[in-house]
Design a protein around this ligand. Sequence first.
Ligand code: TXA
Ligand code: MG
Length: 343
Amino acid sequence: IWSVDKESDSLTGHPQIIQASLWIKNNEVIAFPTETVYGLGGNAESDEAIEKIFAAKGRPSDNPLIVHISSLNQLEGLAAHIPKRAQMLMDAFWPGPLTLVLPKGDNVSKRVTAGLSTVGIRMPDHPVALELISESGLPLAAPSANISGRPSPTTAQHVYEDLKGRIAGILDGGPTGVGVESTVVDCTSEKLTILRPGGVTKEQLEEVAGEIIMDPGLVSPDTSVPKSPGMKYTHYAPNAPLYLVDGTPAFIQQLVDKEKAKGKKTGVLSCDEHTHLYQADTVLPCGSRDALESVAHHLYDALRAFNESEAEIIFSEVFPKKGVGTAIMNRLEKSAGGKIIKE
Ligand code: TXA
Ligand code: MG
């Protein structure tokens, strides 16, 4: 772990970043901070580096990686062309938590895009990430730096827990800011389509580029019908099963009490305002309901913290699906693997 003070006036020539960029040029993989979550970066032009990323994470090879750039000049060769609305979104939100899916250029390996004819590209808004990319002189393919299936890392410590011994190093730039991943927008379909809600909200995107649709696969399933287990691919998950509960704190407490009566250790993921209302073995706060940005910032750390607790079953509050709340609920639904209880 190499620590880098992201507040320092200039990171140019920073010894740790130079060290990391040497590893990148040698087709090794390095974890680095972005404004959303930590990424696991490798030379996007090297199949050898890409193989190492997939191997370190245990990621299924059919899931494409995002290519990170530090300057618009790098787009040449990465994207075949830039649709007009994509250009508008870049102008407005880069550097920032927005990934644009564009027609793939010739310089992008099929291993990065998992065989797709499109490529996801973003310019992260983090001085350490930008300096690492420009010092390497290479676009960096980078997924989140967690073991596949676990919550994404928002600190260097999270990366270390998951990937120690599996990667060349970690650049530690402190906790990330946004806390959930970038918004992924497909710019190759007839209508701009959000494939993954994230740090830039639908409302913000629409102000710049007009109507944007949500990918139909994102619209929540009918939660009143229990889904058959195994049908769902669980993601962002703590070790203990997590149930998302659409109900009052009093209702959630009843669920906790039932489990306690069975002798189970219980956990509750609660907004800051409600923690005092719960009597469970572990009650973890995840930010203020009045400032959903703070929930996004704390969410993954709280999900990971349950693994250090004795909780054998976790109940989580729900949040309004507006603004960044859409991304928060998308991640919580995935971490619950479809286990949703309605009052
Ligand atoms: O904030 C972020 O986006 C972080 C930081 C490190 O930049 N990265 C990240 O990468 O979350 P990852 O690999 O964990 O998630 C990338 C998502 C996946 O859901 C993937 O399927 C989608 O982006 N994606 C990448 N390329 C795509 C493409 N060509 N078409 C459709 N989806 C794509
Ligand atoms: Mg990920």
